[in-house]
Design a protein around this ligand. Sequence first.
Ligand code: SAH
Ligand code: SF4
Ligand code: F3S
Length: 442
Amino acid sequence: MKEQKYYYISTYGCQMNVHESEKLAGILQQRGFLPAKEQKDADIIVFNTCCIRESAEQKILGNIGAVKPLKKEKKGLIVAVCGCMSQQSKMADFLKQKFPFINIIFGANNVEFFGKYLDTYLSQQKYQNMVIPNEDYIENENGVKIQRDSTMHAFVNIMYGCNNFCSYCIVPYVKGREQSRKASDIITEVKELVKMNYKVITLLGQNVNSYHSSLDGKDVDFADLMQILCDIPGEFELRFMSSHPKDLNSKVIDTIAKNSKVSKYIHLPVQSGSNEVLKRMNRNYTREKYLGLIDEIKQKIPNVILTTDIIVGFPGETDQDYLDTVNLLKQVRYANAFIFMYSKRKGTPAEKMENQVPLEVKKQRIHDLLAIEHQISDEIFTALINTTQRALVEEETDKFYIAKLQCGKVVKLSKHQVSTNVGSFIDVKILDYKNGDLIAKI
Ligand code: SAH
Ligand code: SF4
Ligand code: F3S
């Protein structure tokens, strides 16, 4: 009998990468590999990398390096590296040079071909470096087996790449130009997921609001797509990630407001509250336009939960620019904000900008801003006490059911008060807010 082989995938970066790893897992399982609980038990280790900030890259380099002793111990262990870091051919060469034990390297845009690369490696035992330049990439995800991590949450790609070239960001260089996936393929995939009883379906793209495709000769924009998907019968919730404020329009907001299937949760990255900084970031909106959007959202979707991304210490950010961000945060009141220190990325316009902000200043700003955000977030969740919220029961422990609100916030339900099932949507009454968790009963 053939010996059972195991795989271990380490995933870094955004939800798109998490979803790409589900495809890698599907490809490995088709070849008879099973998931290993720990890296040391695997016959193939895959690093699905991210290069959005230097800190991510440093961490990944450390973790790849740490495999070296394993590789010595275990004959035949295969090490593969893919994702956004290795999509850049210079970086791919650097990786091979630094870690000669790597057996297969491919890029973020080549995940569908991983099976082919692996088969070639297995038959020839020869190093494979197969990074397809992103300008040659043609979307071909249909037919790839997706081994989803969850039986309740599913990710669905609706677009690839990015055209926005925010001046700090490396994504457009690694992921290539924007391509919308065919509406009919997305609809087929979502119908299938609903049939399989998936409860939350998250549409993925770097800027979902610029989705455009056609169906039966008619144009389909993002709002149309959401509406078509909401009309699929079944009990499920639709989410999406990410929105760019320059493209989020009233039609999308109205579609969210009027469809009970769309989560009342919007992640709307603002990046900065200062018009000067937004301009240098090439974000293509002003503080006023952003706040106008927020007003419209709050007015049309009264119970909306908002989250955002913010960069502190962008080149030239003055104390006043930073205070503009603080004020915006206080005005919008986000349930959560992902706050990052600006990180220089090679080849981006911001790398060359003057007045780079010293690390100490960045550290102080991120520290202060996080403290402000934590307070706002605590106030928002404390204000939910005594209200009724819809939540999805996702887990069961000895004492609690763990449910989550649409924005991902954890709600604990004491089991001796409640009887329910994992996978059900329930209306809960919030009783308390303690140590970052909501406590509730049905
Ligand atoms: N396309 C998505 C974001 C993808 S990257 C969007 O525009 O919303 C996720 C977040 O990483 C960005 O929103 C930004 O806040 C942050 N980010 C991107 N490049 C960065 C850099 N060079 N330094 C620090 N943070 C960065
Ligand atoms: Fe990067 Fe901007 Fe594109 Fe988001 S929209 S991926 S921040 S370039
Ligand atoms: Fe990172 Fe690539 Fe996502 S750079 S954030 S994994 S698109």
